[in-house]
Design a protein around this ligand. Structure first.
Ligand SMILES: [Cu+2]
Length: 166
């Protein structure tokens, strides 16, 4: 508990303007087997944007690695796990082959500009302040449903502009 308080204080000290928004709508931590899923959120869509990115931290307290292999949502016709890659000097996103490995005793962080969940063929927009339900599937731990808060994309000058549609 003490260390938790400490890291919360540290986050506050870093004081990025975006942090206030982050604190308002946090995903409830969810566990499945030895995995803890936290800090999940999805990006709100711009008008007529058919795709959106979803983000999540997964920690593995177990003694064996696990792999995030799939995701699905009622509002998306298709969901994929994406990675960012450089292709001819351009940052592109593409499906991550084999899923996201969460090492034993380690963590995987899906975040803007990096590995992310991709909502595709959206049936309705993702609206800032609302929630979206996603079911993620792990090779070992199985399926777990998550409720992700939807947030506006932050243009915080950290070089995230390349993830244009994630
Ligand atoms: Cu993507």
């Amino acid at each position: 508990m003490k260390s938790l308080m400490k890291s919360a204080a540290l986050l506050l000290c870093l004081g990025a303007p975006a942090m206030a928004d982050d604190m308002m709508a946090m995903m409830q931590n969810t566990t499945v087997g030895p995995l803890t899923l936290s800090d999940g959120f999805a990006h709100a869509t711009l008008p007529n944007q058919p795709v959106a990115g979803g983000f999540l931290t997964i920690t593995n307290a177990g003694e064996a690695a696990d792999t995030l292999i799939a995701a699905q949502s009622d509002i998306a016709g298709v969901m994929q796990i994406h990675e960012m890659a450089m292709l001819d000097d351009t940052m592109v996103m593409r499906e991550l082959e084999g899923g996201v490995v969460i090492p034993a005793g380690g963590a995987a962080i899906l975040k803007p500009g990096s590995i992310h969940l991709m909502f595709m063929q959206l049936k309705e927009p993702l609206v800032d302040g609302e929630n979206v339900t996603v079911t993620v599937t792990f090779e070992q731990a199985g399926e777990v449903a998550l409720t992700l808060p939807v947030r506006k994309k932050m243009h915080d000058g950290h070089g995230m502009s390349h993830d244009g549609d994630s």
